[in-house]
Design a protein around this ligand. Structure first.
Ligand SMILES: NC(=O)c1ccc[n+]([C@@H]2O[C@H](COP(=O)([O-])OP(=O)(O)OC[C@H]3O[C@@H](n4cnc5c(N)ncnc54)[C@H](OP(=O)(O)O)[C@@H]3O)[C@@H](O)[C@H]2O)c1
Length: 144
């Protein structure tokens, strides 16, 4: 599963990871976490390191928006790592988004479309259908 949870959006994904660890479930898990500053906003850093060391979290991508002059957001990381992200999706990954509904969720959705466009090798007309197919079952959002 691929989890995009900047800010408070990380909350359900901690529970997902802990549940899978407790139940000893197999599977690859990739978390995109973002917040303003690494030094004071990287909630659960130690916990995420432990989950990674235990093999419960396969990959962690972070975006700290105010640690540099230009803003960097989770969707920028998604695009940078778009080839891998597309491979995961193509292999059947579920795509979860949690957090801000006004700005983050639509931007993440646009990034997802861009990734499908760039790496999916699909015609322009086929792309929305491809994302819609994902949305039908494997693209879930809890945004507010
Ligand atoms: N935190 C709370 O206690 C609280 C309480 C009630 C309601 N809320 C609401 O819950 C939602 C989420 O808030 P949050 O506290 O989890 O954090 P947030 O405001 O979503 O900020 C988390 C990170 O997302 C970044 N961000 C801003 N615009 C973005 C975009 N278009 N795409 C991707 N990332 C973007 C922020 O960067 P920059 O800030 O540097 O732009 C920050 O690094 C917001 O609508 C907020 O109003 C929060």
């Amino acid at each position: 599963m691929i989890m995009v949870g900047p800010g408070t959006g990380v909350a359900p994904f901690r529970a997902f990871l802990h549940e899978r660890q407790r139940l000893r479930r197999d599977g690859a898990r990739w978390l995109f976490f973002g917040h303003q500053r690494r030094a004071c906003d990287f909630f659960y850093e130690d916990e995420l390191e432990d989950l990674t060391a235990a093999g419960t979290l396969t990959r962690l991508s972070t975006a700290f928006s105010r640690d540099q002059e230009e803003k960097v957001y989770v969707q920028d990381r998604m695009i940078e790592e778009g080839a891998d992200l597309y491979r995961w999706l193509d292999a059947g990954a579920w795509f979860y988004v949690c957090g801000d509904a006004k700005r983050m969720a639509p931007d993440v959705d646009r990034a997802l479309h861009r990734i499908v466009a760039a790496h999916g090798g699909l015609s322009e007309s086929a792309r929305p259908r491809h994302v819609a197919r994902l949305a039908a079952g494997r693209y879930l959002r809890d945004v507010y």
